[in-house]
Design a protein. Structure first.
Length: 300
């Protein structure tokens, strides 16, 4: 399959420039790593940005404890392969310490609880910049975000008070206790990410490809059955051929029925899709401003 390599190279160059800017302006950056396609691309960009040296900052995963097993397995293999440092912070620890209260009911999810775990980790380890893989095409709140996103001493984001970024000049000034989220993939689309993965021949978790899994439907979403997520009230679990367009907490990440078994198949499917990849995320549907509200509180 033919890819617009000049377009991808331009996006790659921009992202590498931003990563190097962070390395020059900040004392202790960290790359937030979920094991998903965007963070996988971020790792490759970091490798290229600082080659032949190793990636000069750690990767950090905020683990809800409700992840796809395939994602955790892939995470550990990738970290080993690239020789990076991995920090894992557990939402379960935040629950045990009384920092957060676990939701109850059939729609309970730990996804929003990650915010507290993340902010505590940033404060504890004194990170002053955190790379994220968010893209502006994902969701309307993320479309408002700058490359350098200032967060106050409480980790909060103010969408109405963002700094201009003219001529690729980035203002990383901050006061003690504040930090920045940095989004090198801001100008990328889902299609760009998949084409880059194909062009770079990157490995990805198997759940991105078509496979058979126990699935049940809830509120129009196809959810994967697990030890902590089971059908109730007449919901029926059955084997279905599905894949996942996005990787996240299993309790709020919906599958799509698909026979896409190769990267080329996925690219063709994405080209024809009329729903964004986050259209299958229950956490984005809790209110019309769900993502923006979470981001203001310090979410990814």
């Amino acid at each position: 399959m033919h890819y617009n390599l000049s377009h991808l190279k331009q996006l790659e160059s921009e992202a590498i420039f931003i990563m190097r800017e962070v390395a020059s302006q900040f004392d202790k950056p960290v790359l937030l790593f979920s094991g998903g396609k965007d963070s996988i691309v971020m790792v490759r960009l970091a490798q290229k940005a600082f080659w032949p040296a190793r990636i000069p900052f750690p990767l950090m995963h905020i683990d809800t404890g409700h992840n796809f097993a395939e994602t955790i397995e892939f995470r550990d293999k990738l970290v080993s392969d690239v020789g990076a440092e991995l920090i894992v912070k557990l939402v379960q620890d935040s629950i045990d310490k009384g920092r957060v209260v676990e939701e109850k009911g059939i729609n309970a999810s730990r996804n929003s609880l990650q915010t507290t775990t993340l902010l505590d980790a940033i404060e504890e380890l004194q990170f002053d910049a955190a790379f994220g893989g968010a893209r502006r095409d994902e969701e309307k709140a993320r479309a408002k975000e700058r490359f350098f996103s200032h967060r106050d001493e409480f980790g909060q984001w103010d969408p109405k008070n963002q700094r201009p970024e003219l001529w690729n000049l980035f203002n990383g000034r901050k006061n003690f206790g504040e930090h920045f989220r940095v989004f090198p993939l801001s100008n990328w689309t889902e299609m760009d990410v998949w084409q880059y993965i194909a062009a770079e021949n990157l490995d990805i978790p198997s759940i991105y490809f078509s496979h058979t899994r126990k699935i049940f439907e809830r509120h129009g979403m196809l959810l994967a059955e697990s030890s902590f997520l089971k059908p109730v009230h007449g919901e029926k679990s059955e084997d279905r051929v599905v894949r996942f367009r996005t990787v996240g907490d299993m309790t709020c990440t919906g599958a799509v029925e698909s026979i896409a078994s190769t990267l080329e198949d996925i690219i063709q499917e994405v080209a024809a899709a009329r729903v964004t990849e986050r259209g299958g995320r229950a956490d984005d549907k809790r209110s019309d401003s769900a993502m923006e509200d979470r981001k203001k509180q310090g979410y990814f």
